[in-house]
Design a binder for this molecule. Structure first.
Ligand code: NAI
Length: 323
């Protein structure tokens, strides 16, 4: 019988996974691991891991050669070191398509909230200040340009939603051929994205190339009044540079659903910033999306146990099943 470990989870319970695994005739264990050592301690004798945020890398694979597959609760899979998995013949799987609409609507909501100063109005009204100019001037959104970095599943949905609110949609994605750019999306370089967009919305994965890619160099060329929205991964943005740009006027506002360190540490300067909007890595969330995410991530392990292959493959591992 195959045995799987849920390395960590922040869901209220794991009944959905338990039911799926029982029905499939596989054994399930669960832990709340935060470090490689905790994953190693909890995964003895396990064929596969179901991972939320726990680090899974060469240290784990070397200590536990019995692990043959790691499936991530999520579309992003940067918590699992894919190169280490490849070199140890471990399958990596994810759940890429459960929350495309949720993340895109969250990003659009953040963009519009920044441009319409909704959070500032809310705070001002509750503090007894009732005037339409309390946050400063607001410009007409239907005359603005929406800029998208990373025109994949979520970026494309964002473009589709945004085209009805904004005058123009532009995007930078060097890995997509022209034919895969929708006709209404203008193709631009990274620099022109920042020069021309009133909103820059980030939808790239976290990779060696994208880590810190959004930094002071780009904020210095940003269009006056521009705002930044990050629902991708925290480390894509150099947050200190974003704070300096907010203070110097290089950026008019910024919204972060994701941060380099989550949860945000108490006393972080972003918490007190009037023109910053924060959500707690919640862009993926709806009741329906969360269930789909958990079902698909668990099903990867069951499919592998039955057929030797998960449905959503990120890294091809050694062939043969764990049963
Ligand atoms: P995807 O893989 O479909 O699209 C990513 C796109 O980024 C691809 O088209 C790729 O060519 C492009 N890209 C890669 N490197 C680039 C670069 N240097 N410059 C410009 N473009 C580049 O991924 P999907 O599903 O659209 O998700 C995007 C990211 O959103 C995920 O990797 C994940 O980190 C994040 N995410 C965040 C969630 C949240 O709750 N905040 C939930 C789900 C995903």
């Amino acid at each position: 019988m195959a045995r799987f470990l849920i390395t960590d989870y922040d869901y209220p319970d794991i009944e959905l996974e338990r039911e799926l695994f029982v029905e499939a005739g596989v054994e399930m264990r669960a832990a709340q691991c935060r470090t490689e050592d905790e994953v190693i301690a909890a995964s003895e004798g396990c064929d596969g891991l179901l991972v939320q945020y726990a680090p899974v890398n060469a240290e784990v694979f070397a200590a536990r050669p019995e692990i043959r597959i790691a499936s991530r609760y999520g579309a992003g899979f940067d918590t699992i070191d894919t190169e280490d998995a490849r070199s140890h013949g471990v399958w990596v799987a994810n759940s890429p398509d459960y929350g495309v609409g949720e993340v895109a609507t969250h990003a659009l909501g953040m963009a519009l909230a920044l441009l319409r100063h909704l959070a500032i109005y809310d705070r001002d009204v509750k503090a007894g200040k009732w005037h339409y100019t309390s946050p400063g001037p607001i410009r007409r959104v239907s005359g603005m340009t929406l800029g998208i970095l990373g025109l994949g599943r979520i970026g494309k949905r964002m473009a589709h939603l945004g085209r009805n609110c904004f005058q123009r949609v532009i995007a930078c994605d060097p890995y997509i051929i022209d034919g895969d750019f929708p006709a209404y999306v203008g193709r631009v370089s990274l620099e022109d994205l920042f020069r021309e967009a009133d909103v820059v919305s980030l939808h790239v994965p976290l990779t060696d190339e994208t880590r810190g890619i959004v930094n002071a160099r780009l904020f210095d060329m940003a269009k006056p009044g521009a705002v930044l929205v990050n629902t991708a991964r925290g480390a894509v943005v150099k947050v200190d540079d974003a704070l300096s740009a907010l203070d110097s006027g290089g950026l008019d506002g910024a919204a972060f659903d994701v941060l380099p360190q989550e949860p945000i540490p108490a006393g972080h300067p972003l918490l007190a910033h009037r023109r910053v909007l924060l959500t707690p890595h919640a862009a993926f969330y709806s009741v329906e999306a969360e269930q789909e995410l958990r079902r698909k991530a668990a099903q990867n392990l069951i499919d592998w146990a039955r057929t030797g292959r998960p449905r959503y493959v990120v890294v091809e591992g050694r062939t043969g099943t764990g049963i």
